[in-house]
Design a protein. Structure first.
Length: 387
């Protein structure tokens, strides 16, 4: 039998053991939680100091690892994203669809209104967007974060083939702007962020991944040769807005969505924009080399009719009067077999080859004509704006 004093001593001992157990358990859970949350490297025996992770450390982690990464990018980029309202022209939306026509070309009395997005690319008010956003517009107005009124914008450059346009606004003070990144370095599967004004909902943010690269897309009246595909939601009104990587750089200009699919949107790569941006800003158009012919792919029937033993080359269907080809003596019905020693077998291949040349550069063509081969030298000219 224990006396009362002994029982009191045992009670105090048990209480101390219990409190020590609680302290050890709390320390275990606290340290275990921090380790799981941030996956810190194990401590080296010669570096016994404690390591803690602060919010500033999280922001410095590599892209995609911080819980605030996307929110921080959106916060920084959003002020440079603008809303574009157009009046007087039917805005031509990619993918001909009654819904698109209704939204982008909504009648308003006798005039039509359109809505799109864009983003600032310089502090003095230059804005990049899609050409179809401002096509045919008589008046263009831009809404910028931090200002109560809309600003009238002028179109300083546009190119229908690439579906790009540059606008200019004057607000009297420097503006935030976004940097163009390198779309060629972007990898399929990387996270991307789209910001725009779908359905007029200003600065809507959607997130997805880069689904594919180099997608050719045909619409009713446009052909896009090399688009980025993403599953970040893109809707009417998003056209012209930025597609950002996790460094906050623009790798694409949101351009089109496929109505009969889910999670299939397209953007023009930044690497398509960069080589032509200076021309758009300074000349108002893109300078392109021009051969001055209308081309057609060869078929077995055409080859047999012309006396070719094999289906090869590209048929010259028409020669533009006064153009480089006409001056060099090319004729309708000629078949271009080679350019500078390189065989060509489709119209698209020949067009790409010419686009890689310089204005004023001479090309050596091998042409099949009336059963024989002739050599023709053509000097490329600048493509007229009417073509």
């Amino acid at each position: 039998m224990y006396d009362r004093g002994s029982r009191r001593s045992v009670g105090w001992l048990l209480l101390l053991v219990f409190l020590a157990g609680v302290a050890v358990t709390s320390a275990f859970f606290v340290l275990g939680g921090a380790s799981r949350a941030f996956a810190l490297p194990p401590q080296q025996e010669d570096s016994p100091q404690q390591v803690s992770v602060t919010p500033a450390d999280v922001r410095s982690l590599p892209p995609g690892l911080g819980p605030d990464t996307i929110a921080n990018i959106v916060e920084a980029a959003s002020p440079a994203v603008v809303r574009i309202d157009t009046t007087g022209g039917a805005l031509q939306a990619p993918f001909n669809d009654p819904f698109f026509r209704q939204f982008f070309g909504l009648p308003y009395g006798r005039r039509q209104q359109g809505l799109g997005s864009g983003f600032l690319i310089s502090s003095d008010g230059y804005i990049l967007t899609n050409e179809h956003v401002v096509e045919g517009a008589e008046e263009v107005e831009v809404t910028i974060v931090g200002f109560d009124q809309r600003f009238k914008a002028r179109v300083v450059g546009a190119d229908r083939d690439l579906d790009l346009a540059v606008l200019k606004v004057d607000v009297g003070k420097p503006l935030p702007y976004l940097k163009l990144g390198d779309a060629d370095q972007a990898r399929v599967g990387e996270w991307v962020i789209a910001i725009g004004n779908p359905y007029g909902l200003d600065h809507t943010v959607t997130v997805g991944v880069l689904s594919a690269k180099g997608r050719p897309v045909d619409t009713q009246d446009r052909h896009y040769e090399n688009l980025l595909q993403t599953d970040a939601s893109i809707n009417p009104g998003n056209s012209g807005g930025p597609l950002l990587n996790l460094r906050g750089e623009v790798i694409g200009i949101n351009t089109a969505v496929k109505i009969d699919a889910q999670g299939v949107g397209f953007a023009i790569p930044s690497t398509t924009v960069q080589p032509v941006l200076h021309d758009l800003m300074t000349k108002g158009r893109i300078s392109r080399p021009w051969l001055g012919v209308l081309l057609q792919d060869m078929t077995p029937d055409i080859a047999a009719y012309l006396g070719l033993t094999n289906v090869q080359g590209v048929l010259v269907r028409e020669v533009v009067s006064g153009g480089p080809a006409a001056k060099a003596g090319l004729r309708a019905g000629d078949v271009i077999l080679q350019v500078d020693g390189r065989a060509v077998n489709s119209a698209s291949e020949l067009v790409k080859l010419i686009q890689q040349k310089q204005i004023g550069q001479s090309l050596q063509l091998v042409v099949f004509r009336r059963g024989g081969r002739v050599n023709v030298t053509v000097t490329l000219a600048e493509k007229p704006s009417t073509w």
